[in-house]
Write a new protein. Structure first.
Length: 122
C-alpha cells in the first residue's frame, strides 16, 4: 500500500559531504529532499539533468549559479533548469532547505555517503 504521509524518519538519509545531511523521499514523478548544512559547509559545483526548485526554510547560503553569486535567505526560493551548474556554500549560519526534483532522482533512492567518492551527483 502506498504511504501517503511520510515522516523524516521514513526518508532515505544521505551524508554526501562534510556538514551536509539530506533526507529524501519520492512520489511517482518527483523527488523531495530536505537539506541541512552546518556553517562553513559546501556542496561543490555540479549539474544534473533534473529540474530543481527549492525553498530556504531557515538560515542562508551563497548559491553560485552559472558563475554568478546569489545570497539566498530564509523565505526565498530558487528554480534551476536541468543542466545548470550550481554550488551551495554556507558561511557563518547553518541552513535548512527543501528541494524538489523532476523527474525523480534515481541516485537518491539509496542511502550513501558521497564525501569519499568522486563525481558529484547532487
Amino acid at each position: 500500500m502506498y504511504q501517503f504521509i511520510v515522516s523524516q524518519s521514513d526518508c532515505v538519509e544521505h551524508h554526501p559531504f562534510s556538514g551536509v545531511l539530506m533526507h529524501t523521499t519520492e512520489a511517482e514523478k518527483m523527488t523531495l529532499s530536505i537539506v541541512d548544512m552546518e556553517p562553513h559547509s559546501v556542496i561543490p559545483e555540479h549539474s544534473h539533468p533534473h529540474e530543481q526548485v527549492g525553498y530556504m526554510v531557515q538560515g542562508e547560503a551563497e548559491f553560485l549559479i552559472e558563475g554568478r553569486s546569489f545570497l539566498v535567505r530564509a523565505g526565498q526560493m530558487w528554480r534551476l533548469l536541468g543542466g545548470v551548474r550550481h554550488e551551495v556554500i554556507t558561511h557563518e549560519q547553518s541552513m535548512r532547505a527543501i528541494d524538489v526534483f523532476y523527474p525523480p532522482r534515481e541516485d537518491m533512492r539509496q542511502s550513501r555517503n558521497m564525501a569519499s567518492q568522486t563525481g558529484l551527483t547532487t
